[in-house]
Design a protein around this ligand. Structure first.
Ligand code: AHR
Length: 499
C-alpha cells in the first residue's frame, strides 16, 4: 500500500507552542510519593527528590506541569502543604480514598519544578472552596512582600514570589464524581467571580475554565456553551480532557483515537466561537488540553477502591504497550495539528500514575513505551506547524467509520533549516510506503529517522526489561530531488528529521 504527503512552508498552521509538551503531577497513588519524591531513595537529593526521575523528566522534554490535581484538588486545602513539615496535618484524600500526609506541598513543588526546568500550571479548588481561598493562594504565591500571606511565604523560606502565571479554575466540575460537582451555570458563575478577583490581584494571569471531562459526557457541548456564557471575558482558555483505551479487542478504533481528539477540539472551538459571536466579542478562547493520554479506565473502574486510607497506594499504574505508544504518538500529531487553537496540553500524568515514567519504591526508574513518542516529538518539533496534505488508503473502524491509514504532522524551523515529520501507520496488517513531496523545502539530507513498532504489538517495558521497546532506526528513508520515501511498519509511529 502507498500514501502520499505534500508539505509546503506556505501551509503554516501556527508556531509550535512549547506548552504543547506539558505533563501533570497529582497527589494520586505514587505520582508524588515514591514517584517524584522519595527522601529515602538512593538517588534522593537534599530536598528528597528522586534524581533519576528528575533526569527522565528533563529527557522527556516536558515544558509545563499541572499541579496538584486532578480530582484531588477539589478537596484540597493548600495551607496544609506549607510551613514546617512536622506541623502539617494528615488528611483523608476523598478523591482517591488515600491518606495525604502533606509532606510534599506547594514549596516542595516549586523547588521540584525549578530543578525539572518546567513551568507550573496551578489548579485552585473550586469544589469545596471558592473565591477567597483562590485569592489567598495567589497572594501567598505571587505577591512579593508586605502582606500577611506574602510574609507568611517568606517566613516559610521562599523570599522570592513564585510568579505563577497559568491557573486552572477547578477541575472537571462537570463530573458527578467530582467533590463539589456543579451545574454549568453554577460553575460558570463561580469561575467568573474567581477569575475577576484573581485578576484584581494580578491582571496578566492566564486562566483556564473547566470544559468537559470527556466528549462522551451527556452535558458535552452545552456545558462549554453555558460556562463560557458566564465567564467568556474573564478567562483565556477552556479545558478538554480525553483518555483512550482499547476496548473489546477493537484495535482499529483505538489506533484511530486521534480522530476523536480532532473532533473534540473542533467541536469545542466551534462552541467557544459561537459564544463569542453572540457576545459580539472579538476575543478568542483557546483550548487547554490539560489531561490526555491512554488510560485503561475500565480496568480501574472495575477494581475495588482502596480500603483503610492507605498512603501512596498503587493506583492507575497502567503498563503501556507498543500499540499504546503508537496511539500516544497519534494524539501528539492531533495536538500539533491544532496548534492554532490548542494553547497548552498536559499528558496525564508524569510518573507511575498512567505515566511515561515508572519507578519502584527504593528501586529503579524506567521509560514506558509512551515515553518515546513524547520525548522525540518534544525534541524535534520546532518553528511552525505545517498542514500536511495527505492521500492515503482508508480502513474501517467501528467507532469512527472510515479513517485514513496514515496520519501525519510536520514542523519547519526556517532559521535552522530543520523539517520534522511525524507519522503513524494505523494499519494492523501491513506496511505502507509513503512518498513525501518536499520540493518547496528541498532539504539536503535526512538527519534522523526512527520508528516505534514491534512484531508483538503488546510488548512493554518493565523493571526487569526496561528497554524491551525502544525506537529503532528506520533505514528505509530515501531523499532525492526534494522527494522522500519512507516505509512505515504496521502499527507504528515514526519521526523523520530533514535538514
Ligand atoms: O488523571 C487522573 C484523573 O482523571 C484526574 O484526577 C481527573 O481530573 C481525571 O478524571
Amino acid at each position: 500500500r502507498t500514501a502520499s504527503l505534500t508539505i509546503d512552508p506556505a501551509f503554516s498552521v501556527a508556531p509550535v507552542h512549547r506548552h504543547t509538551f506539558g505533563s501533570f503531577v497529582e497527589h494520586l497513588g505514587r505520582c508524588v510519593y515514591t514517584g517524584i519524591y522519595e527522601p529515602d531513595h538512593a538517588t534522593a537529593d537534599e530536598d528528597g527528590f528522586r534524581k533519576d526521575v528528575l533526569e527522565l523528566t528533563r529527557e522527556l522534554g516536558v515544558s509545563l506541569v499541572r499541579y496538584p490535581g486532578g480530582n484531588f484538588v477539589s478537596g484540597y486545602r493548600w495551607e496544609d502543604g506549607v510551613g514546617p513539615v512536622e506541623q502539617r496535618p494528615r488528611r483523608l484524600d476523598l478523591a482517591w480514598h488515600s491518606l495525604e500526609t502533606n509532606e510534599f506541598g506547594l514549596g516542595e513543588f516549586v523547588r521540584w519544578a525549578g530543578k525539572a526546568a518546567v513551568e507550573p500550571l496551578m489548579a485552585v479548588n473550586l469544589g469545596t472552596r471558592g473565591v477567597q481561598e483562590a485569592v489567598d493562594l495567589l497572594e501567598y504565591s505571587n505577591v512579593a512582600s508586605g502582606t500577611r500571606l506574602a510574609e507568611l511565604r517568606r517566613s516559610h523560606g521562599a523570599d522570592a514570589p513564585f510568579g505563577f502565571r497559568a491557573w486552572c479554575l477547578g477541575n472537571e466540575m462537570d463530573g458527578p464524581w467530582q467533590i463539589g460537582h456543579k451545574t454549568a451555570r453554577e460553575y460558570g458563575r463561580l469561575a467568573a467571580e474567581t477569575a475577576r478577583a484573581m485578576r484584581m490581584v494580578q491582571p496578566d494571569l492566564e486562566l483556564v475554565a473547566c470544559g468537559s471531562s470527556s466528549s462522551s459526557m451527556p452535558t458535552f457541548g452545552n456545558w462549554e456553551r453555558e460556562v463560557l456564557q458566564e465567564c467568556y471575558d474573564l478567562v483565556d482558555h477552556i479545558s478538554c480532557h480525553a483518555y483512550y483505551e482499547e476496548t473489546d479487542g477493537d484495535v482499529a478504533s483505538f489506533l484511530a483515537s486521534a480522530v476523536d481528539m480532532d473532533h473534540f477540539v473542533d467541536s469545542v472551538t466551534a462552541t467557544a466561537d459561537a459564544v463569542g459571536a453572540a457576545l459580539h466579542s472579538r476575543k478568542r478562547i483557546n483550548i487547554s488540553f490539560d489531561e490526555w493520554n491512554v488510560w485503561y479506565q475500565t480496568r480501574f473502574n472495575s477494581a475495588e477502591p482502596p480500603r483503610d486510607w492507605p498512603f501512596a497506594p498503587r493506583l492507575l499504574e497502567d503498563v503501556y504497550s507498543v500499540t499504546d505508544a503508537v496511539v500516544v504518538g497519534g494524539l501528539l500529531i492531533s495536538l500539533l495539528r491544532h496548534s492554532d487553537r490548542v494553547a497548552l496540553a498536559c499528558q496525564a500524568q508524569l510518573v507511575n500514575v498512567i505515566g511515561p515514567i515508572m519507578t519502584e519504591p527504593g528501586g529503579t526508574a524506567w521509560r514506558q513505551t509512551i515515553f518515546h513518542p513524547f520525548a522525540l516529538t518534544s525534541r524535534l518539533a520546532a518553528g511552525e506547524v505545517l498542514r500536511v496534505e495527505t492521500t492515503a488508503p482508508e480502513m474501517e473502524t467501528a467507532r469512527f467509520g472510515p479513517v485514513t491509514i496514515v496520519d501525519a504532522a510536520a514542523t519547519y524551523d526556517v532559521g535552522l533549516g530543520r523539517l520534522a515529520l511525524f507519522l503513524v501507520n494505523r494499519s494492523v496488517d501491513g506496511p505502507v510506503e509513503v512518498s513525501v513531496d518536499l520540493r518547496s523545502v528541498n532539504p539536503e539530507a535526512v538527519a534522523e529517522s526512527v520508528s516505534l513498532y514491534d512484531a508483538d504489538r503488546h510488548a512493554a517495558n518493565t523493571a526487569d526489561q526496561p528497554d524491551r521497546v525502544v525506537p529503532k532506526h528506520n533505514d528505509s528513508v530515501r531523499l532525492d530531488g526534494g522527494r522522500a520515501t519512507v516505509t512505515l511498519p504496521p502499527i507504528s509511529w515514526t519521526a523523520v528529521e530533514f535538514v
